[in-house]
Design a protein around this ligand. Structure first.
Ligand SMILES: *[C@@H]1O[C@H](CO)[C@@H](O)[C@H](O)[C@H]1NC(C)=O
Ligand SMILES: *[C@@H]1O[C@H](CO)[C@@H](O)[C@H](O)[C@H]1NC(C)=O
Ligand SMILES: *[C@@H]1O[C@H](CO)[C@@H](O)[C@H](O)[C@H]1NC(C)=O
Ligand SMILES: CC(=O)N[C@H]1CO[C@H](CO)[C@@H](O)[C@@H]1O
Length: 408
């Protein structure tokens, strides 16, 4: 080999070597290296947060590694950004366990992720140990209740959350707020039907969220869409037990932002109290909801498979009167299955507050004591029926006067 080609080769090797170093230079931090035990007894919260700070503050692309094990985490444990760049959390096989005592959660928080752009979270089971909490839950009566959700994703943008599990939360399982342009895929939620206020995913004030391929078994709403939910797509999600898919409740708090653009497709809802539901409080505060579409939904043994409820009042003791939330451009298409109450389609609107509602290609049959056909009930609505709907909605045109019907 002559001298020139030797030098060329050496330079070439050197460049390759440097490239490898640079490539592997992202911060990779294992929580065990920071003292986490993963024995289910030690409070691993401080070690996890410590490891997070190092990964998040280190050179990107960085990752936080949480090996399989059970990590007791005392509240609050909030993993905060902004980080230096994209960051991964690898938690496959890891379970985070909350202490059962509600008294320890004075801030209304357990685990949370805050202000992170380009997060990829894979795996992790959040076990809220909420069994003792459910029977004392008074949130239906008290708007200011501060129970901790299992996981709070707040201002997590351009991110992917996949293969995460949430078990027996004390309150909502996943609370997702301000997370624009984000994906939740293959989420599993597990809590019994009698768990109280345990919404699977509660969405608020964000623009662009896709939820796909998920299984949600819980005691309250499968997914609830709070004020400010914009451009949310839900596809291939299985719900039940629980209360079904709920837009709202809306009109409870001052200054609620519009709900706009919700597409729910190809979902199966089984053994739930409601199916496709849109709810706002009677009287309440002003707001709007528009462009809400349910399509291709199978309902099996669902209480009221299709329901618009403008007199939502879980405590049964609310002021009576029309809602102030204006709803428009909603559709229910290709929905089939069984209703466990006779009223399979209930469209109870306040006068002038349900505009441009389409029903198409629906077949819901009553499956319950006494048998007979399923029925519909309507108030203050004239839906447009484009393809046959069984039961026929709104006999008499649906122009009945406003009625107050308490429902849970
Ligand atoms: C959500 O899905 C829609 C329709 O498939 C797609 O256009 C959009 O880019 C997706 N959003 C994200 C954050 O991937
Ligand atoms: C409802 O749809 C109509 C026709 O597509 C559109 O002109 C109108 O702006 C929509 N209303 C709202 C509030 O989005
Ligand atoms: C509705 O579904 C029932 C039960 O599957 C079936 O017997 C009935 O023919 C269907 N009706 C229409 C109009 O498709
Ligand atoms: C409820 C429902 O419509 N499920 C369908 C969703 O899409 C898959 C594949 O496209 C079908 O196999 C399901 O039957």
């Amino acid at each position: 080999m002559d001298k020139d080609s030797y030098i060329r080769r050496s330079i070439c090797c050197w460049i390759l070597f440097m490239a490898l170093i640079v490539k592997n230079n992202g911060a990779v931090v294992d929580v065990k290296a920071k003292g986490a035990k993963g024995d289910g007894v030690t409070d691993d919260g401080p070690a996890i947060m410590n490891a997070w700070s190092q990964a998040c503050g280190g050179p990107p692309p960085s990752s936080l590694v949480i090996p399989p094990g059970t990590y007791l985490v005392n509240p609050p444990a909030i993993l905060k950004g902004p980080c230096k760049g994209p960051i991964e959390i690898k938690a496959t096989g890891a379970t985070f366990k909350a202490p059962p005592e509600l008294a320890k959660f004075t801030a209304g928080k357990w685990m949370g992720f805050l202000n992170i752009d380009r997060l990829t979270m894979t795996g992790g089971n959040f076990d809220g140990q909420g069994q003792q909490t459910w029977k004392n839950n008074k949130c239906a009566k008290n708007a200011a209740c501060v129970y901790p959700p299992n996981v709070a994703f707040t201002k997590i943008t351009n991110s992917v959350i996949k293969d995460v599990t949430s078990t027996n939360s004390k309150f909502f399982h996943i609370n997702i707020l301000g997370c624009d342009n984000t994906i939740i895929d293959h989420l599993t939620v597990n809590a019994p039907g009698e768990s109280v206020n345990t919404d699977g995913i509660h969405i608020g004030r964000l623009n662009g969220l896709n939820i796909t391929n998920s299984i949600i078994k819980t005691g309250d709403d499968c997914i609830s869409f709070g004020d400010g939910s914009k451009n949310v797509r839900v596809e291939k999600v299985t719900c039940g037990p629980g209360h079904g898919l709920s837009i709202g409740s809306l009109g409870r708090y001052p200054n609620e932002q519009p709900v706009q653009g919700i597409w729910i497709k190809n979902c199966t809802i089984t053994n739930t109290m409601f199916g496709a539901r849109i709810k706002s409080w009677a009287v309440g505060t002003p707001g709007t909801a528009s462009d809400i579409h349910f399509e291709d939904i199978i309902m099996e043994k669902v209480g009221n498979p299709i329901i618009i409820d403008h007199a939502y009042c879980p405590s049964g003791n609310c002021p009576k009167g029309p809602t102030k939330v204006k709803m428009s451009n909603m559709s229910f298409r290709k929905i089939r299955g069984t209703s466990t109450t006779k009223v399979a389609v209930k469209l109870a609107c306040s006068a002038g507050f349900c505009e441009n509602v389409e029903l198409a290609d629906i077949n819901l049959t009553f499956q319950g004591a006494g048998g007979g056909p399923a029925t519909s009930e309507c108030a203050n609505i004239k839906p447009k029926v484009t393809v046959q709907v069984v039961p026929p909605p709104c006999p008499g045109g649906g122009a009945a006067p406003y009625r107050h019907t308490p429902v849970v």
